[in-house]
Design a protein around this ligand. Structure first.
Ligand code: BQF
Length: 303
């Protein structure tokens, strides 16, 4: 078994991004600027946003965090988004999820200008990703592709089982694994909460991507010998023995599954760190106008 070390990869990629930022600065160009909007005081969300801000600092990006009160109205949040859409100093921004229940997340996602949607959640970016057009790709699936790529894991012709069909992970992941590219070219099965006899599918999988959000759900008896197992789950459970009072559990029963597989990603220290790095990569793409040109364009060559 080989560990898919998200910490090692994230460190390596951040150094590469930092080097590119250094060149941008040396060329006298503006450094990438990411804005994060946090609504309310959810503990996990605060942690995630903090690690995104810290990662920006590490690579030399500018970052701005807006903390909004949990009782902010939907309209007030939409006004904030409109300001960010029109602020030329902002290359990309994210609205940290989940949002309080009185705010419609779908409506918020739709309000973000696709050109600044570095989370890749806007239907324009999801549609472009689906059709293999240049676009921001949702950070977790993007990070998993980067992980497979950097560990040189062969995916062509393999059977990939994705467990979970969320808009943010399962759905885009399944599309990315089947597409004509490297990594890609898999035969993909999407499994979910209504799948009958899940093990029938996972036992045939060369690659399993577990993104359902149930701690230790994938057990050793569900995994074929030599499979590649990617654990996307991160459930916080109370644990008095840790400094923070909680620990993170993946969707995979790591202790037993690791004995059967060729590669496995740990939790913590796996996919989560790749997710944060992908956000940095998307922000760099935004600053470089890789997917959307800010200049006026009437040509068909500039999608
Ligand atoms: C690690 C997220 C669910 C809902 C909203 C490193 C992160 C997590 C774990 C992280 C996540 C999950 C993020 C580890 C961002 C990933 O070492 O295992 C980093 O910061 N994530 C988020 O912003 O919103 C979420 C999961």
């Amino acid at each position: 078994m080989q560990l898919l070390d998200g910490k090692k990869l994230a460190t390596e990629i951040k150094l590469e991004i930092a080097e590119e930022v250094r060149k941008i600065k040396a060329a006298g160009k503006k450094i990438p600027h990411l804005v994060a909007v946090l609504v309310g005081e959810d503990g996990a969300s605060q942690t995630y946003v903090a690690s995104k801000v810290k990662s920006c600092e590490e690579v030399g990006f500018k970052s701005t965090l807006f903390k909004l009160k949990k009782d902010i109205t939907e309209n007030e949040l939409l006004t904030k988004i409109n300001l960010l859409n029109n602020d030329d100093s902002v290359d990309g921004f994210i609205v940290q999820l989940p949002l309080p229940k009185h705010i419609n997340e779908e409506k918020i996602m739709l309000a973000i200008a696709p050109e600044k949607d570095v989370d890749g959640f806007h239907p324009t970016n999801v549609g472009r990703m689906t059709l293999n057009l240049p676009s921001y790709v949702s950070a977790t699936p993007k990070g998993i592709l980067e992980m497979l790529n950097r560990y040189n894991i062969e995916t062509e012709g393999k059977h990939c089982v994705v467990i979970g069909r969320s808009n943010i992970v399962g759905l885009p992941m399944s599309l990315l694994m089947q597409r004509r590219s490297k990594p890609g070219n898999c035969t993909v099965t999407i499994c979910h909460s209504k799948t009958n006899d899940l093990a029938k599918y996972t036992l045939q999988a060369d690659i399993i991507i577990a993104a359902l959000g149930k701690p230790k759900f994938l057990t050793a008896d569900m995994v074929k010998k030599g499979a590649v197992v990617i654990d996307v789950g991160i459930t916080r459970v109370v644990d008095a023995s840790t400094k923070s009072g909680f620990k993170l559990l993946g969707d995979v029963d790591f202790e037993h599954v690791q004995k059967k597989c060729s590669y496995i990603s740990p939790v913590p220290g796996g996919v989560g760190l790749m997710t944060v790095v992908s956000l940095l990569q998307n922000t760099l793409s935004a600053a470089k106008e890789e997917f959307y040109k800010k200049s006026m364009s009437f040509g068909l060559d500039e999608l």
